[in-house]
Design a protein around this ligand. Structure first.
Ligand SMILES: Cc1cc2nc3c(=O)[nH]c(=O)nc-3n(C[C@H](O)[C@H](O)[C@H](O)COP(=O)(O)OP(=O)(O)OC[C@H]3O[C@@H](n4cnc5c(N)ncnc54)[C@H](O)[C@@H]3O)c2cc1C
Length: 803
């Protein structure tokens, strides 16, 4: 065995082999995979091998499409048959909401060129005569669906990787991973030690144990999963073609042909965790005792659509473990705090995702960043708050509801509440309905007296619509209070703070204390990594405000890119935030401080006494589009400052305002938001942030790429759309058309309560971009007329927020 390698991949399931293959394909030869037993010895050997591309979020669909389309090429390259059955697949809808769910799936697929078509019930029956179609309202056909042979796919990745020079060692368990002062790793096995630059944890069912060897705590838990295979079914045996895979939103099952019978998989109604306190080290090519009783309800549901199941004999029942993260998505990328330690764990659908995961990981290791935004799968989307209890409750909930419709704005109660800010109970007493942001509760909206303080989800406007509208209007006409503690807050200090930030961020850092700027943070290739409000508090002290859910990702980036003369402290849980906004907010702030707030210009920030707090940081920025002040204080002062704001605000008609109102207001202002409108898929030029990039300043990360990009037109441009829709709104992912041609896609949408109009933000390909031009937006599957507006629909000159 080698003693040195550039990358050691731990785990020879489909994920590890796909990563090895992609590393080798990208030209790295000295890469090694270590497998404890035989290849596929975890979940991979007993998977059902089902394939599908249409899913959310959008880039997950891109990666699944990539994976499925890779297989024929992999077969050709490796000479290893992958047991591919490109049978296609049908999604069946029996209720109005299920029909809408399919329309959205269809509409969203268009952005990534994933074909799907609504077919007639007769067509569906001719593809799958075993279907009971009574009560079926719609059928969506997805050609990319099908299935593969899991072991053969894994072996094909392994063979092709070996052919390109990669090495695989079986029966070689990793028993220790040690980081050396040089940053290299020693990967220890009974057969010897390999010194390597990069380690990849692709240990599937054992990713927790392998992670622990390096001090990485991964929020993962295995669950049991059943499928059964029937004996021959006469109707299927009589066909001269394969039936397509079959699934239904809310069905709780998936079905496909296996031989001349069916394979039926079930997401049990009661999730059973397995090996909670650790996966046994001697577990190999084994199954768990099956229990048909646990999937009876799923079978009964499937029988309604596939009556032949009622009488079919059962040939085989599989109950195997698979391992999940709290949201069931993979945990990918560099583990925060461990240099060059990459994770590719919790890959829940390895045969759909493995190829894409392999590609992303290889790019991340070799090029320093993946070619697509995968923050929704980044290992850093969870923090320490994602503990065993949370992981248990979330995996249970999402497993049991795996095929349920997820409605716009839906929040999930499982595992909550965990972290609350000091005024949580005060806000709850005012009718707050809470959501979850990086483990912390924050108010979404406030139910007025007599209105139930609970979300009711549907595709129509939510039960919070009226209350949210009232919040927006009250803020516009007077003053509103928003709890903004979940915004990420970082204190940057030290001798090298100013120079470090200048090199880290694309905008010029304020030279004078008290000034605030907005700045993108870029990768070397010029893609957005973050977007911050930067306030200079002193020569060697800055406050950065950014996206809450991205805080561990951003801390990782700061650690990688700032020198030892710069200290970064994440203040997000230690400091709270309250935002007062609206024309009376200045008067309200004045009642809380002796400092003359008339002299507090837009885009400035200072540390001043506010109420009982001697040193609160007040920043004058506005995401609502109105005059506004964000006040940040040590957590112990939030309650007392809040009480004073409420006491003084009463006379000014102070309204409590939630984040759904903020969404409506920022869309009226065409302010893009991180996660929906801003992601790592864009440079600053597409979303119109080019004005915050200073190409005339000294070197900064991404400058060379920006100089190059500045010479060409961006491929897409960000715009507002005024949508002619009286009863429903966009919420993201909808297709946009111009003259009948697909022109772009929506990234966020809402009713604009101050304007009284349905609005959307999105990207259109540059040739289609024209101010005032007519478009169509596919709202819940129906095209509605829309007009593109280059300027913000609300207060386009920004007079109100600068007032
Ligand atoms: C019943 C069932 C049906 C499924 N059906 C589908 C499906 O239809 N479609 C689909 O896409 N997915 C399906 N899956 C999920 C799929 O099986 C997994 O997503 C996939 O197998 C995960 O692969 P992996 O490589 O990440 O992990 P694993 O397959 O668990 O592989 C991890 C490997 O790491 C090795 N390892 C662990 N510790 C060490 C160590 N210390 N040193 C060296 N090696 C180590 C293990 O021996 C193992 O070989 C199904 C799963 C189950 C249980």
């Amino acid at each position: 065995m080698e003693t040195n390698a550039r990358v050691v991949v731990i785990g020879g399931g489909v994920t590890g082999c796909a990563i090895l293959y992609h590393l080798a394909s990208m030209g790295w030869r000295d890469v090694v995979l270590l497998e404890r037993k035989e290849l596929t010895s975890g979940s991979s050997w007993h998977a059902a091998g089902g394939l599908f591309a249409l899913t959310s979020p959008s880039n997950a669909a891109v990666l699944q499409k990539y994976t499925i389309e890779l297989y024929p090429k992999l077969e050709a390259e490796s000479g290893q048959n992958c047991g591919l059955h490109p049978a296609g697949g049908i999604h069946i809808a029996r209720t109005t909401d299920q029909v809408t769910a399919l329309k959205l799936l269809h509409s969203r697929g268009k952005r990534n060129g994933i074909a799907s078509d609504f077919i007639s019930i007769e067509e569906a029956r001719s593809m799958a005569p075993i279907l009971e179609t009574r009560g079926v309202q719609a059928v969506l056909y997805e050609p990319l669906k099908g299935y593969c042979d899991p072991a053969s796919v894994t072996q094909a990745f392994a063979k092709a990787a070996r052919d390109r020079g990669a090495k695989i060692y079986r029966q070689t368990p990793v028993i220790e991973t040690r980081q050396l002062p040089s940053g290299e790793w020693d990967v220890v096995t009974p057969q010897g030690t390999i010194r390597t630059q990069f380690v990849v944890n692709a240990a599937g069912l054992w990713a927790r144990e392998v992670g622990a060897l390096a001090g990485a705590r991964l929020p993962l838990l295995p669950v049991e999963h059943h499928y059964l295979v029937t004996e021959t079914i006469a109707e299927i045996a009589a066909l001269d073609h394969e039936i397509p895979n079959i699934s239904e939103p809310s069905g709780g099952y998936y079905a496909r042909q296996e031989g001349k019978g069916l394979l039926l998989g079930a997401y049990e109604k009661t999730c059973v965790h397995w090996a909670e306190s650790g996966t046994p080290l001697d577990f190999g090519h084994e199954l768990l005792p099956d229990d048909l009783g646990r999937i009876e309800a799923n079978i009964a549901r499937a029988v309604e659509t596939l009556p032949c199941l009622e009488t079919a004999g059962i040939k085989r029942i599989i109950n195997g473990p698979m391992i999940f993260s709290p949201d069931l998505g993979p945990l990918l990328g560099p583990y925060p705090g461990l240099r060059n330690y990459f994770c590719a764990a919790g890959v829940m659908s390895g045969f759909n995702q493995g190829g894409g995961v392999g590609k992303i990981l290889a790019e991340w290791i070799i090029e320093g960043e993946p070619s697509l935004d995968v923050s929704f799968w980044d290992v850093a989307r969870f923090g320490d708050w994602a503990d065993r209890r949370y992981t248990r409750e979330r995996t249970k909930y999402f497993y049991e509801h795996r095929t349920d419709i997820v409605y716009p704005f839906q929040e999930f109660a499982a595992g909550r509440p965990m972290r609350t800010y000091p005024i949580h109970d005060r806000l709850a007493a005012r009718g707050a309905v809470f959501g979850l942001n990086f483990g912390s509760e924050y108010p979404l909206w406030f139910a007025p007296k007599g209105v139930e303080a609970e979300d009711r989800y549907s595709y129509e406007r939510g039960n919070w619509f009226e209350a949210t509208g009232a919040e927006c209007r009250a803020l516009r006409d007077g003053v509103g209070l928003l709890e903004i503690s979940t915004f990420a807050k970082y204190q940057i200090t030290g001798e090298g703070a100013a120079a470090g930030l200048e090199q880290l961020l694309a905008n010029r850092i304020p030279s004078v204390a008290g000034k605030t700027v907005l700045s993108p943070m870029l990768s070397p290739s010029g893609r957005l990594v973050g977007d911050f409000t930067v306030t200079k508090l002193a020569d060697d002290r800055f406050l950065l405000l950014g996206s809450g859910p991205m805080q561990a990702v951003h801390m990782r980036w700061f650690e990688q890119n700032l020198g030892s003369d710069v200290q970064v402290e994440n203040l997000t849980t230690r400091y709270c935030g309250l935002h007062i906004a609206g024309p009376s907010s200045r008067q309200l702030l004045q009642s809380l401080t002796d400092v003359d707030v008339e002299t507090f210009p837009f885009l400035s920030g200072r540390e001043i006494a506010v109420g009982p707090c001697p040193a609160a940081i007040v920043v004058r920025v506005s995401f609502t589009g109105e005059l506004g002040f964000e006040i940040y204080m040590p957590a112990e002062y939030q309650r007392s400052i809040y009480e004073e704001i409420v006491a003084h605000g009463e006379a000014l008609g102070l309204a409590h305002v939630g984040s759904r109102a903020l969404l409506s207001m920022r869309i009226e202002k065409a302010f893009p938001s991180w996660g929906s409108d801003l992601t790592q898929d864009y440079s600053p030029f597409e979303p119109g942030l080019g004005r915050f990039v200073r190409l005339d300043k000294n070197d900064f990360i991404g400058k060379t790429a920006m100089q190059r990009l500045a010479e060409t037109q961006p491929k897409e441009r960000f715009a507002s759309f005024l949508v002619d829709s009286a009863d429903r709104d966009c919420f993201g992912g909808e297709a946009i058309y111009r003259d009948g041609e697909l022109a772009g896609y929506v990234t966020s949408g809402s009713f604009g309560h101050r304007l009284g109009k349905s609005l959307a933000l999105g990207y259109v390909r540059t040739p289609y971009f024209e101010d005032g031009a007519s478009f169509e937006v596919e709202v819940l599957g129906e095209r509605r007329p829309a007009r593109l507006s280059e300027r913000a629909p609300y207060d386009p000159d920004g007079l109100r927020m600068r007032g």
